[in-house]
Design a protein around this ligand. Sequence first.
Ligand code: AMP
Ligand code: MN
Ligand code: MN
Ligand code: MN
Length: 289
Amino acid sequence: MTQKEPPLKADLHCHTHLSDGQHTPAFVVERARANLVTHLAITDHDVSQALPQALNEPGLKLINGVEISCLWEAFEIHIVGLFVDPTNSHLQTLLSNQQMKRRERVAQMAGKLTALGTTGLLADLLAKPALALTRSHVADFLVANNVCKNRQKAFKTHLNRSGKLFVAAQWCDHTEAVRAIKAAGGIPVLAHPGRYAMNRAKLRRLVECFTAAGGEGLEASYPNIAHDVSQHLIQLAVEHGLYLSTGSDFHDATAHWTDVGKFPTLDRAAAKQGIWHHPVWQQQGIATE
Ligand code: AMP
Ligand code: MN
Ligand code: MN
Ligand code: MN
């Protein structure tokens, strides 16, 4: 990790309408190009699709990714996989299973909603382009059908743990997610670690377990991250020998707090531990300068 740091803007976490993003892959790629992103990984929830080569543009390298919802102890955590081979059967088996659990969860939510007097949730969601059905889709349905005033309220009254439609998800264990990402040739990255409802001691334990399971990176920069949280995550990564990743977690162009390519840049010292130094990234032969 001694080479001169390249001028790169790597957005390694974003969503499309294949999960709960609002836009097509082509839209997200175009927005990345417009925002001068140099490397873009599309990381939909529990979906990994090969990005059409046609979307490749000069100056912007596309990376196949995924964001897997999984369990660590009693916590739901998210693990991003970068450079995964979307055709790998080990990964596809795990993702198909997660997608099936998501459909079953929505079916159970639809049953509860019908009992409350509103029908049509499951059919509405199955007609969408999404391969992974999420609570965001349910929230949009609740708003469109005048059950809730807006998305935030939908989460608060219906979709959070104490909500009227809540159904606990049966995600895979974090060790299985890491194994599947590695089987598919990818790099496992702990997503947005500062967003989990855990204190610093717990977070340290999570990073230890994630590393022991074969995890290789963590996100140290994403929108609205406090500087001290970012510094703490960088410190944890240094202690555990993890690479640092960055990403917007973009979902929707109308949300002004986020955009493709929008997140604090790592400082020069931290960038030396950037995930672009990982051997898997280097083997791709995608230029970082
Ligand atoms: P799921 O993976 O199906 O449980 O859906 C979770 C998704 O819902 C996340 O990826 C977020 O995009 C979104 N989400 C979670 N909590 C909220 C919230 N309070 N308000 C708006 N969106 C949320
Ligand atoms: Mn989401
Ligand atoms: Mn996430
Ligand atoms: Mn995400």
